[in-house]
Design a protein around this ligand. Structure first.
Ligand SMILES: *Cc1c(COP(=O)(O)O)cnc(C)c1O
Length: 384
């Protein structure tokens, strides 16, 4: 039996044809027509007017935060349950991240607590230019509540939609909320350019300035002239070609991930003490992109494993069956590198870390692969 991976890239002849075109066209180094076409296609898909293809989602977050006014002496509230890149990007600007806990239903940031964090910081006389909500595992934050609350307070939203391309909320695409948003096309995301990201915004000036900063802040003169410090953050033409191919297949890949989630739910919904994150009762997930299906094992006690958590036991048992499963992101306030940051906590994200497991969800998995995961999982839970 071969190993089942968590979220393997799914690439076909469609992508091959695009990349071959890029290679044969002579547009190798580094920018070229595929970059502009890819930007246009993503902007249209998400429903924004401006897009800038970049070397990573982290680069997109960094440029978005610089635009929003994050810098030394400012404070930026952010979801604690996220990948380190979100918080790292805040620190690159010199601003202080303020870590905000999750709601337990879907793991997304607790919107009330996020707004409270803004008010508490402001009450202390601190400058809060922006917040960074993260659309966790391909499910949008509740922007219907968050946008007006922050609008009243004149605090900008930088949407970390790295995991959420193709998801939507209230009829709007992930990546279209707030002043700007970041997408990631890293290897295991919903679609990939092997490595890459995109900055999105309806503000043309924001995109133009970010484009300039991402190109080493080079002045438009015949020689190399620089008035400020820039970055080497642009995406190459070859990777943009790969992205165009992936984007053509995005809906098909999302549909497959949704079918995989349905299959997991069908077999796990009857198991007491196990739930699919973000899919409870009336709180459906029809607008998610189903990037990673995550279960929360509430009703079982941990087995004897390294950290002694329930998720440790499940991940180890699946690994023994040659199945790659992972812990939910370890919250940033529990990370040695970020643990000293100020935080607004309820314990919800810590509990999700201890009891949550992301299951193999790649569009390339067969139903038999998924059933093998379910069998291994049920065997482990019956042992408990
Ligand atoms: C993947 C990811 C990023 C970073 O994207 P890269 O393209 O890997 O730099 C940022 N935030 C979240 C939530 C992510 O999952």
């Amino acid at each position: 039996m071969s190993r089942i991976h968590l979220s393997k890239a799914d690439v076909t002849e469609v992508e091959e044809a695009y990349v071959l075109d890029a290679l044969r066209s002579g547009w190798i180094a580094p920018l070229g027509p595929h970059v502009e076409a890819f930007e246009g296609a993503i902007a249209e898909r998400v429903g924004v007017s401006g897009a800038l293809a970049l070397s990573s989602g982290t680069a997109a977050l960094h440029l978005a935060l610089l635009d929003a006014g994050a810098g030394p002496g400012t404070y930026v509230p952010v979801s604690t349950l996220t990948f380190a890149a979100t918080v790292n990007a805040i620190l690159y600007t010199g601003a202080e991240p303020v870590l905000v806990d999750s709601q337990s239903g879907d793991g997304n940031v607790d919107v009330d607590l996020l707004v409270e964090a803004v008010d508490v910081l402001r009450g202390e006389g601190k400058t809060v230019p922006a917040v960074v909500p993260v659309d966790l595992f391909g499910r949008c934050v509740d922007y219907t509540t968050l946008e007006p609350a922050l609008g009243e307070r004149e605090v900008l939203i930088v949407e970390d939609a790295a995991e959420a391309l193709g998801a939507s909320h209230a009829g709007r695409g992930a990546g279209s909320f707030g002043r700007s948003a970041a997408l990631s096309f890293n290897g295991n995301k919903i679609m990939t350019t092997s490595g890459g990201g995109m900055l999105l915004s309806d503000d043309e000036e924001l995109i133009a300035r970010a484009r300039y900063l991402a190109t080493q802040a080079r002045q438009p003169v015949p020689w190399y002239e620089h008035l400020e410090v820039g970055y080497n953050y642009r995406m190459s033409n070859i990777l943009a070609a790969l992205g165009r191919g992936q984007l053509e297949r995005l809906d098909e890949m999302i549909a497959r991930r949704r079918a995989i989630r349905d299959l997991y739910e069908k077999h796990l919904s009857g198991v007491a003490g196990v739930r699919v994150l973000g899919r409870t009762g009336s709180d459906r997930d029809d607008d998610d992109n189903c990037w990673l299906t995550t279960i929360v094992v509430e009703g079982f006690e941990p087995g004897p494993t390294a950290n002694g958590t329930v998720s440790d036991g499940v991940v180890a048992a699946l690994n023994t069956a040659d199945i790659e499963a992972r812990h939910v992101w370890k919250p940033m306030h529990l990370q040695p590198v970020h643990g000293e940051q100020r935080a607004f906590l309820t314990g919800a994200s810590e509990r999700l870390f201890e009891r949550g497991v992301t299951l193999p969800s790649g569009a390339g998995l067969s139903d038999d692969d998924v059933l093998r995961v379910i069998d291994a999982l049920l065997a482990h839970l019956e042992d408990r």
